[in-house]
Design a protein around this ligand. Structure first.
Ligand code: IFM
Length: 799
């Protein structure tokens, strides 16, 4: 079943049936003030943090799945019939005579929900104006009939009692009694003085008179009712309730008389702060709500701000644009995939319909990887975030698992105990720093001094060396890196006694990357040290070859995990792809390992993380993945983040068919026309797809905030299309299916806009036969920076 389509010109995904298999969501706003909105106006809003700035309440895992939300009810005041501007929560029939029609356009930073019912058309645009701490729900209501109509509109949103999401949802003996909300002169004002902070927000209506209001949720809904049929809407009037404890809401009611063909526009605005006073948020002073609404909530300003938002996103995505023989690849890479990488970068793993706020802060490893996908688009933000991470590294070289941007205090953070460190965290830094430096060409960055999390400071290069030292010093009996609390796979605990091949390959990768960075700034001794350490490490890595593939690690009792001898967890994906990506495997081993991956782990929906999945504990290694039934998540699920590494590895080996086969296997847009199978948004990568051993094989889960977005973006743009920055210029090293006759990439690079045209006349997978910059032939596959100008054309012929 198809529920919608991509509209690439408008950069929108258009949902034409609102009864999607799961809620299909979109993100609004920025890291200052963000929101999530589903095709049914479900979702919530947050100020600076999904965990501690929860403005609108969300009842996670509730029924229906995306309650509560930003609702506007419409009521025919003559007949009493009522419905909502989004299909839910009233849920009028979608079929039959007089059916409710809905079209939802999810755009970049906004969503437009259109409805048509009973001779009334509505169009509700939801967005956060750029750089603001408030959101609009701008509603246009049209009488499409031949008779005058009297239509009431009621807003409804649940205002969280406490901005701390846990307090709000769990500590009810407290949070239900701290809340106060009242109404004055068109504004609802909710203010709390909680133990943590004073939080305030306001809600206003513009473009029509407020006829009645409710600020008390239960007064609006009525006892034992649901949002499908609130008492106030049924009666046609709110009760004028003020909130003294229990639960607050924002309901403003207006009544519109609409002549035939007449359209009225009204605007509901929700903002942080006070209606009447400036509000100091610690970083900036927010003007009073009344001032903001007077200036912003006009039809002209709303239209201008939505346009500005579109332009801002167009500019944000413009640095990389591709045209290939695969239109679904183009749709994804040019619009939604790129957008998802920004949302993932913005919100880490903190706020979605699944990530409830519990994982507030920036996961160290997640963020280091998320940077890889956005650095070409927002290099300054990438550098700022990277600086934050580097200051989340401890002086001994490991890293804090989470860095909290709002409270992080370099020099004063507590270093974890050895067994609490994740063995991979700091080892991602060399890759992120390399990506930044290659993108910007700014080698001085390596000499910038930054503090450590707990004590002391060092240059950026010094931080990287320290990360390597930490892992070199914490190796186990086989010379491989200790697994500690976890490596990239959160669900495997090798501990202090066991060793992780994932982290060992990441260390190899880091040694190679840091040696190259050090050489670039003429630090020969660091470069030589890295090379020497790498060659020693490669000897130890040799011992981890199992015969046909690399083992996953060595347990604390000296038994390999991921070995052909085992009956469960016989082969794992991560060590084998990282053997290739790190360059640590010989060409023969690399090919053999990836062939084993193909044989044992690949499927039509992607590559499973391990096979067969585990059902029993093992001695000497913590398998917390056992909490997941076989085929789920880390226990043999198709973990899309890691499938992206398989794409990278196959492309590095020159296997264009297989790299593309893996890429297509989990490409969200591929399932647009049978969205019932995959179920999650066809425009967004999900964290995992149920693996072959799950009865739900093919169903994807946990959309939006996932390293799958970041790494797949790297895989497709830098490895399949093969365009990636290197110190001396732009490398063009595609690895494509043989039946592709060519493609074009337009990319910004160090202040220039460059077009790369690749032709594949001989139908090869890989290999650059000819490269020229503006007609000048160049040896090799790098378009050198000094030849590139703004508007340069790089022509490449494969062969
Ligand atoms: O690597 C982790 C990530 O940090 C959080 N999500 C799951 C991944 C794999 O375990």
């Amino acid at each position: 079943m198809r529920y919608g389509h991509f509209d690439d010109d408008a950069r929108e995904y258009v949902i034409t049936r609102p009864d999607t298999p799961r809620a299909w969501s979109n993100y609004l706003g920025s890291r200052r003030y963000g929101g999530i909105v589903t095709q049914n106006a479900g979702g919530y809003s947050f100020y600076r943090s999904g965990g501690t700035g929860r403005l609108l309440r969300m009842r996670f895992n509730g029924v229906p799945q995306d309650e509560s939300g930003r609702y506007v009810y419409l009521r025919d005041d003559v007949t009493g019939d009522f419905w909502s501007a989004s299909w839910q929560p009233v849920g009028k029939p979608l079929d039959g005579p007089g059916a409710y029609r809905a079209t939802v356009r999810h755009g970049l930073g906004y969503s437009v929900l259109e409805s048509s019912y009973a001779g009334i058309d509505t169009e509700m645009t939801m967005f956060v104006p750029r750089d603001q701490a408030f959101e609009h729900w701008s509603l246009r209501i049209t009488n499409t009939g031949a008779e005058p109509r009297v239509i009431s509109a009621f807003s409804y949103a649940e205002l969280a009692n406490d901005w701390g999401f846990r307090q709000d949802l769990e500590n009810l003996q407290y949070s239900q009694y701290v809340v106060r909300a009242d109404y004055r002169d068109g504004f609802i004002h909710r203010v709390n003085r909680t133990r943590a902070a004073t939080s305030e927000c306001w809600f206003a209506l513009s473009g029509a008179e407020v006829v009645s209001f409710d600020t008390d949720r239960d007064a609006f809904l009525g006892a034992y009712r649901t949002t499908a049929a609130p008492l106030a809407v049924e009666k046609g009037e709110c009760s004028g309730s003020e909130t003294w404890g229990d639960n607050a809401c924002a309901s403003l009611h207006t009544r519109l008389e609409l002549a035939p063909g007449e359209t009225r526009q009204i605007v509901f605005t929700l903002g942080v702060g006070s209606p009447d006073e400036p509000w100091d948020d610690g970083d900036a002073v927010l003007p009073p709500g009344r001032e903001l609404v007077a200036a912003h909530a006009t039809p002209e300003r709303i239209a201008a701000e939505v346009d500005a938002l579109r332009e801002e996103w167009a500019a944000r995505l413009a640095p990389l644009h591709v045209t290939t023989p695969d239109p679904q690849l183009d749709s994804m890479v040019n619009v939604w995939h790129a957008y998802q990488t920004h949302m993932t970068f913005n919100w880490s793993r903190g706020v979605s319909l699944i990530e409830a706020g519990d994982r507030d802060g920036l996961g160290f490893r997640d963020t280091a990887q998320d940077i890889l996908a956005i650095v070409h688009s927002i290099p300054d933000a990438a550098q700022e975030r990277l600086n934050l991470l580097l200051t989340g590294q401890t002086a001994e070289g490991g890293a804090l698992p989470l860095v909290h941007p709002l409270t992080h205090t370099p020099g004063k953070e507590q270093a974890p105990q050895l067994e609490q460190y994740r063995s991979d965290d700091a080892l991602w830094l060399p890759m992120s720093v390399t990506a930044l430096v290659n993108e910007t060409g700014d080698l001085d960055y390596l000499s910038t001094t930054l503090p450590y999390a707990d004590a002391g400071e060092d240059t950026v290069l010094g931080h990287l060396v320290q990360a390597l030292r930490f892992s070199l010093e914490h190796r186990g009996a086989h010379g491989l890196v200790q697994g500690l609390a976890a490596d990239w796979n959160d669900c495997l605990q090798f501990g202090v006694e066991g060793e992780s091949m994932f982290s060992t390959f990441l260390l190899a990768n880091g040694l190679r990357a840091v040696s190259e960075l050090a050489a670039l700034i003429g630090d020969g001794s660091v470069a030589a040290w890295c090379v020497e350490q790498l060659s020693l490490l490669l000897e130890a890595i040799e011992g981890a070859w199992d015969g046909e593939w690399y083992v996953r690690g060595i347990s604390a009792v000296g038994v390999p995990l991921g070995s052909a001898d085992a009956d469960e967890g016989r082969i794992y994906l991560e060590p084998n792809v990282w053997a290739v990506i790190s360059g640590a495997a010989s060409p023969g081993r690399a090919r053999q390992a990836m062939d084993a991956v193909h044989e044992h782990l690949s499927s039509e929906h992607g590559v499973a993380l391990c096979a067969p999945p585990h059902t029993r504990p093992l001695d000497g290694v913590g398998l917390s993945l056992l909490v997941f039934p076989p085929g789920h998540k880390e226990n043999g699920g198709i973990f899309c983040h890691a499938t992206a590494w398989a794409v990278v590895a196959e492309a590095m080996l020159g296997h264009g068919e297989r790299a593309y086969e893996y890429y297509r296997a989990y490409l969200p847009g591929r399932h647009n026309d049978d969205a019932g199978l995959r179920q999650t948004e066809p425009y967004v990568y999900s964290q995992f797809t149920h693996g072959p051993s799950s009865p739900r094989f093919g169903q994807s889960r946990n959309p939006w905030l996932t390293g799958a977005a970041s790494w797949t973006y790297v895989a497709v743009t830098q490895r399949i299309l093969g365009v990636r920055p290197v110190p001396t210029g732009l490398k063009v090293d595609p690895c494509v299916p043989a039946d592709w006759d060519g493609f074009t990439v337009r990319r910004d690079f160090r202040g220039r806009s460059v077009t790369i045209q690749v032709a594949n006349p001989d139908g090869v997978n890989r290999g650059v036969a000819m490269l020229s910059v503006d007609g000048t032939a160049v040896d090799g596959d790098i378009a050198p920076t000094d030849l590139l100008r703004d508007g340069s054309l790089v022509e490449v012929v494969l062969g």
